[in-house]
Design a protein around this ligand. Structure first.
Ligand SMILES: *Cc1c(COP(=O)(O)O)cnc(C)c1O
Length: 232
């Protein structure tokens, strides 16, 4: 996988077009470059071309990459987008600016403890399983409100939005439904005015479906293959 500046320009053009069609400002949509399985060298080049936020799905792989970029004087925002086990929570709190994949109270409790120990809150998104696919992580939509109510009791765990992965389905209306569900949930959460909970971010949309996600209100798209080519 190689970073290609022409890929980057093409993605930016697709984002601009999707925003124009939706009557949205491109500044509302943050591009997260997904560097899982991408070499530190290519991740560094992506930063040098202007990518400001990078996403990784494994703590271990991210640790080496974050350090390699830091040594080159590059400090993008790092987001964890993959499932997090509680035994890696301490390292995750140290490494990442945002953990997008929180979906259990046990994990939130562990994050709270580590954030408290370092005396700085950790920003998180709640992952919601909007497709109902059993292979996907995330809380069920029907449980999201009570889950976030409980999270609002953890002051060092700052919820700033929701994250989802669209259905793996050739029928784009199924994918769209996932994104609509996430947006509807965010509105519902807002109406509850939970303490220390904001709904600034809707992290939804990947290489194959980000235009649909932007049309449905995404503020954060997570793009791997369109920037770096197919994964091995
Ligand atoms: C791999 C991954 C992405 C990026 O997927 P692409 O299809 O390569 O754009 C986005 N989000 C999550 C959670 C991922 O695991």
């Amino acid at each position: 996988m190689r970073f290609g500046v022409e890929n980057y320009k093409a993605v930016q053009a697709r984002i601009a077009l999707a925003c124009a069609r939706a009557g949205r400002d491109v500044a509302e949509v943050t591009l997260v470059g997904v560097t899982k399985t991408v070499s530190p060298e290519d991740a560094a080049i992506a930063c040098q071309y202007g990518l400001k936020v990078l996403g990784e799905n494994r703590v271990q792989d991210a640790a080496a990459k974050i350090e390699a970029l830091r040594q080159k004087g590059l400090a993008p925002q790092w987001h964890l987008i993959g499932h997090l086990q509680t035994n890696k929570a301490r390292q995750a709190v140290e490494l990442f600016d945002v953990i997008q994949s929180v979906d259990s109270i046990r994990l939130a409790e562990t994050l709270q403890r580590h954030a408290e120990a370092r005396q700085r809150p950790i920003e998180i998104l709640v992952q919601v399983n909007t497709s109902g696919e059993s292979t996907k992580f995330g809380v069920a939509p029907s449980e999201a409100i009570s889950f976030i109510r409980e999270l609002s009791g953890y002051p060092q765990v700052r919820v700033t939005g929701l994250m989802t992965i669209g259905a793996l389905d050739p029928d784009s209306s199924k994918i769209r439904q996932c994104f609509q569900r996430l947006r509807g949930l965010a509105e519902n959460v807002r109406a509850h005015h939970f303490q220390d909970v904001t709904m600034r971010h809707l992290s939804m949309g990947m290489t194959d479906d980000f235009e649909i996600a932007i049309a449905e209100g995404s503020t954060m798209i997570r793009i791997g293959r369109a920037l770096f080519g197919a994964r091995p």
